[in-house]
Design a protein around this ligand. Structure first.
Ligand SMILES: Nc1ncnc2c1ncn2[C@@H]1O[C@H](COP(=O)(O)OP(=O)(O)O)[C@@H](O)[C@H]1O
Ligand SMILES: N[C@@H](CCOP(=O)(O)O)C(=O)O
Length: 288
């Protein structure tokens, strides 16, 4: 059995902890034979455990503690700690692992509630489960979401060589925002969502670059962010934002300018990995 989970880009500028887009870049989990102890085979580096402490298995066991251990093979094209939802992909894979091995028949709403509880915010896990563009929130432990049609455009994600853990990046944020600033930040986000749903990329792109919630604080440690944003404007980009908690940077632009922008960006940052991505439609899938 194979479980596949897409990468996600969260926030989309002013949609902090709320907006996310599923991307065609995947974590794949192959479930092998039953074992006496959990064995997770992967090539993700020595920091990622190969036993039951691995996030995928730990998530599955937190839902169904008596699962029979299995041999698992994990392959992921989602770079870790780069702002493309690798931890969410592992959590969603773990929920699906428990669902399949424990024959739990979880509904989508139940998977989402479990994932949000584990991750703490819905913006990555919701599109990882549902696919597409998702607007999501939790109120008193109840998760509410809407899926919307994301406008057609090119998507480039510039991935720096160094990691930035989401916990570290969240530590850069202030404990509180002045009332007026919070109201302004929310209104920017609301109009951007409306523009995206109305396929108005020009308006959406301008507001994508007007975030007040997280980018002003995070960009202080991401010197490439403003440079990429300026470069993208030279190639008629709609807008550029930090992908998730960073350090990756996402640019939305007309597909006609993709190749030229990618070439210029690679010249400026030869050690960055540039991903030319498209939206994922399905979210998590399971194939027998
Ligand atoms: N495939 C995986 N299996 C197990 N744990 C993973 C996997 N991918 C990511 N993780 C865990 O998630 C951490 C990165 O999460 P986080 O800091 O939220 O960054 P990201 O933006 O990539 O989600 C990794 O350091 C690791 O602990
Ligand atoms: N809203 C979160 C999103 C974190 O996404 P990730 O892909 O970096 O894990 C935040 O901005 O902290």
């Amino acid at each position: 059995m194979r479980i596949q989970v897409p990468a996600t880009t969260a926030n989309l500028g002013p949609g902090f902890d709320c907006l996310g887009l599923a991307l065609n870049l995947f974590l794949t989990l192959d479930i092998g034979s039953p074992q006496t102890t959990w064995l997770i085979e992967h090539q993700l580096g020595a920091d990622i455990p190969t036993d039951e402490t691995n996030l995928i298995v730990a998530t599955a066991l937190s839902i169904q503690p008596d699962l029979q251990p299995h041999h698992l093979v994990v392959h992921s094209d989602i770079p870790t700690a780069r702002g493309l939802g690798s931890s969410s992909s592992a959590i969603v894979a773990g929920i699906e692992l428990a669902n399949q091995l424990g024959q739990l028949e979880l509904t989508t709403a139940e998977k989402l509630a479990l994932a949000v509880k584990k991750e703490g915010h819905p913006d990555n896990v919701a599109p990882a489960i549902l696919g597409q563009f998702v607007i999501a929130t939790s109120v008193a432990d109840q998760v509410y979401y809407q899926q919307g049609q994301f406008p057609d455009c090119g998507i480039i994600v510039a991935v720096p060589p160094t990691e930035l853990l989401t916990t570290e990046s969240r530590g850069l944020l202030p404990a509180a925002l002045p009332y007026k600033e919070a109201v302004a930040g929310a209104s920017i986000g609301h109009v951007m969502i409306a523009a995206l749903l109305n396929q108005d990329l020009v308006t959406a792109g301008q507001l994508l670059e007007a975030d007040l919630f997280h980018e002003p604080y995070r960009k202080k440690i991401l010197p490439h962010f403003d440079i990429i944003k300026d470069l993208a404007h030279q190639f008629h980009a709609y807008g550029t934002c930090i992908s998730g908690a960073g350090p990756s940077v996402l640019t939305l632009l007309p597909t006609t300018h993709l190749a030229d922008f990618q070439q210029a960006l690679q010249c400026r940052y030869p050690d960055f990995n540039l991903l030319n991505l498209s939206m994922n439609q399905t979210g998590v899938t399971c194939i027998n």
